[in-house]
Design a protein around this ligand. Sequence first.
Ligand SMILES: NC(=O)CC[C@H](N)C(=O)O
Length: 184
Amino acid sequence: MVVGVLALQGSFNEHIAALKRLGVKGVEIRKPDQLQNVSSLIIPGGESTTMARLAEYHNLFPALREFVKMGKPVWGTCAGLIFLANKAVGQKLGGQELVGGLDCTVHRNFFGSQIQSFEAELSVPALASQEGGPETFRGVFIRAPAVLDVGPDVDVLADYPVPSNKVLYSSSTVEIQEVCLMPF
Ligand SMILES: NC(=O)CC[C@H](N)C(=O)O
């Protein structure tokens, strides 16, 4: 199995290294036609506005949308999740293009600036029941987005109740920042 990792900006090296630890080959994707050589894709964390500008420059959006539309599995981490959301708020002036496909609204930089980044132990029951792993997962929220709402076909694997000192916006709970988009 070969997994494509969008390699425009951000933590693509770390994702390829994580795949390697699992015995899976990850290949860097920078051009639209390279998507034809992979059956699944990871869009890593980073800075989604910069990543979107680079994706526009390399004319990647149509091929990425087509990839999602074909129902191929796509994983989005942080900025990658923002790419996959159908709707984003808190964008820089002028907005940014999205790939879309994941029926949710995402809020960029929900928790504030880089210095407000934090880690939290999340309860993820499906890890134990479906994967035979531990029931918790250490979530790392680096200038993280929050998922404000999801459509009826989205399975939420974990959520994180926002402590009152971290609430900058009017939502009492938000969902885990990392979402795996399965074929649908
Ligand atoms: N860790 C991350 O990927 C942060 C995402 C970043 N705040 C953005 O808007 O793109």
